[in-house]
Design a protein around this ligand. Structure first.
Ligand code: SAM
Ligand code: SF4
Length: 326
């Protein structure tokens, strides 16, 4: 079992397959000219497989593939096939642009649930937020996934003055669709020009939703980051990920592996442990995984306190979100 200093058991690994993407979301990859990692620095399929197996042998029970856009990687299919042979729940976070090409594979290997990012229901706003004209594609692919019986959760990063007015439209979608819409508070990462004034906190999201719908709180699982709710008589649910206004670090069971094979013990951790370099030079990996966990801070990577209005984002030491793997 992989345990940290605070007796949190870590059985969930998020693996980033790439730091490239077919979208350019302003909050994630704000600089169009951002340099991607050279492919020699990325984990190969075999290396992902070798490192993934070590984590599974040490108690990991859930793996999420992410990125960058995981499906933008040419050998994404091969990686999915390999990891699907592990005794874990395998899942993915994707922007959905290429999901139709992988639907048969998802079903064949037993992927049951996918997270799809969608920040707006308006094609023009989508273009403004992502610099790409792919809203209709994503929308169609979400419907294809639902029709094929997949459990679909959408991720919406809510930014004040940008898309908070759409929250109720997303909740309205849950009336007839068995979809699970999730709202994420805007988080600071390197280069994303985060300012506390752009955070639209969970309390205000609930207020807005409450003006239009009557909803109930659903039970959350032990390690859930999202607080789940349901509007009475709606098919789907909605949830809020309140990292900035009310963190959930006490129940954290997550570890991350970046596309260049660095282990991060938290989304906001300053430190990284180079597992890929160690693998390539024939070192033992297990002690390094434990070393990384031993450095895990109690909350928020030890980088900021809960009062998000006092955060000076210029002092944070971290990668950009696209290079971490969300
Ligand atoms: N490309 C895939 C996608 O967009 O779903 C996977 C990678 S993306 C980095 C993973 C998740 O992180 C997405 O749901 C995205 O909306 C979220 N994300 C990225 N930057 C964020 C930020 N600054 N604050 C909150 N969530 C963010
Ligand atoms: Fe790409 Fe996902 Fe980041 Fe958007 S959030 S730029 S889709 S990696």
């Amino acid at each position: 079992m992989l345990t940290d200093r605070f007796e949190r058991v870590h059985d969930y690994l998020r693996i980033s397959l790439t730091d490239t993407c077919n979208l350019r979301c302003v909050y994630c990859m704000p600089d169009e000219k951002i340099k991607c990692m050279p492919s020699s620095q990325l984990m190969t399929v075999d290396e992902i497989d070798q490192l993934g197996r070590i984590f599974v042998n040490n108690g990991v029970r859930k793996i999420r593939l992410t990125g960058g856009e995981p499906l933008a990687r040419k050998d994404a299919g091969e990686i999915i096939e390999r990891l699907s042979t592990y005794p874990v729940e395998l899942t993915m976070t994707t922007n959905g642009v290429l999901a139709d090409q992988y639907l048969d594979l998802f079903l064949k290997v037993g992927i049951r649930s996918l997270n799809v990012s969608l920040d707006t229901l308006n094609p023009e706003s989508f273009f403004a937020l992502t610099k790409r004209d792919h809203w209709h594609k994503v929308w169609r692919n979400i419907h294809l996934m639902l029709e094929s019986g997949l459990h679909v959760k959408t991720n919406t990063v809510v930014m004040k003055g940008v898309n908070e007015q759409e929250i109720v439209d997303f909740v309205a979608l849950t009336k007839d669709l068995p979809i699970h819409v999730r709202f994420i508070e805007f988080m600071p990462f390197q280069g994303n020009l985060w300012e506390h004034a752009q955070v639209f906190p969970a309390s205000q999201m609930l207020e807005l939703i409450g003006e239009k719908f009557s909803f109930i709180k659903l039970l959350d699982a032990k390690n859930d980051t999202a607080k789940k709710f349901k509007v009475l008589n709606h098919e789907g649910t909605f949830a809020i990920i309140s990292t900035m206004s009310s963190h959930f670090c006490a129940g954290c069971n997550r570890m991350r592996l970046t596309a260049d094979g660095k282990m991060k013990n938290c989304l906001f951790s300053r430190s990284e442990v180079d597992l890929l370099g160690a693998l390539r030079s024939g070192q033992e990996i297990e002690p390094l995984i434990q070393l990384c966990l031993d450095q895990k801070e109690k909350a928020l990577g030890g980088q900021f306190l809960q009062d998000y209005e006092k955060i000076d984002a210029s002092l944070l030491q971290n990668r950009s979100m696209i290079a971490i793997g969300g």
